[in-house]
Ligand binder design. Structure first.
Ligand SMILES: Cc1cc2nc3c(=O)[nH]c(=O)nc-3n(C[C@H](O)[C@H](O)[C@H](O)COP(=O)(O)O)c2cc1C
Length: 179
């Protein structure tokens, strides 16, 4: 059965390494017959959460920006993919800013399959543990036991360098195909 897949791409580099991984996942998932939407944050306006917690009772955010559309797509999805560069061993600030804005609909996001795609300059997978913990922390808060898969796109500093990491590209494609 065809699924709805949303890929959230949280890098300021429009066509950078995490975007290349996101595109591989998308190709694999579309090959499997799924409907895939890739949302790149540089193309969207996502403000910081104000911390007012008004959304906890109203279910709506007081900020009117692109986040409301992104949330609708996420609630509607079967599969959600976080594609982020590694910044100081964890996810990008752009990705974290988006995650904080999920609060209004967080309770409607616990029935999805989740995948993480990371790109990093490092050759040491262990150094990416804080990023894994960060995203697992979010899943834990919304009641999702664990992610379905993680791609560690290592050895990729300059734009496009991930193309030399065939393992990571293949894994992203295969996760997409099985998503
Ligand atoms: C602010 C900043 C911090 C970074 N910190 C790390 C780091 O801690 N570990 C690492 O392996 N790479 C680090 N990098 C490199 C990026 O993770 C790497 O270039 C990644 O492939 C970028 O993905 P993108 O092309 O999708 O933006 C950092 C890059 C920036 C801009």
């Amino acid at each position: 059965m065809s699924k709805k897949v949303v890929i959230l791409h949280g890098s300021p580099r429009v066509s950078g390494n995490s975007d290349i991984l996101a595109k591989e996942f998308k190709k694999g998932s579309e090959d499997a017959g799924n409907e895939v939407k890739k949302i790149s944050f540089p193309m969207r306006f996502i403000n910081y959460c104000k911390g007012c917690l008004g959304c906890v009772s109203s279910g709506e955010c007081v900020i009117h920006d692109d986040m409301s559309g992104i949330l609708e797509d996420m609630v509607d999805a079967d599969v959600i993919v976080f594609a982020s560069p590694i910044y100081f061993n964890t996810i990008s600030g752009q990705m974290k800013t988006m995650i904080d804005r999920l609060t209004p609909k967080a309770r409607q996001l616990n029935d999805k399959d989740y995948y993480f795609l990371f790109s990093a300059a490092s050759d040491n997978q262990k150094s990416l543990e804080p990023a894994v913990c960060e995203l697992r922390g979010f899943l834990n808060c919304i009641g999702v036991e664990s992610e379905k898969g993680i791609v560690f796109g290592l050895n990729a500093e300059s734009e496009g360098e991930i193309n030399h990491n065939e393992n990571a590209l293949n894994q992203a494609f295969e996760f997409g195909k099985n998503s």
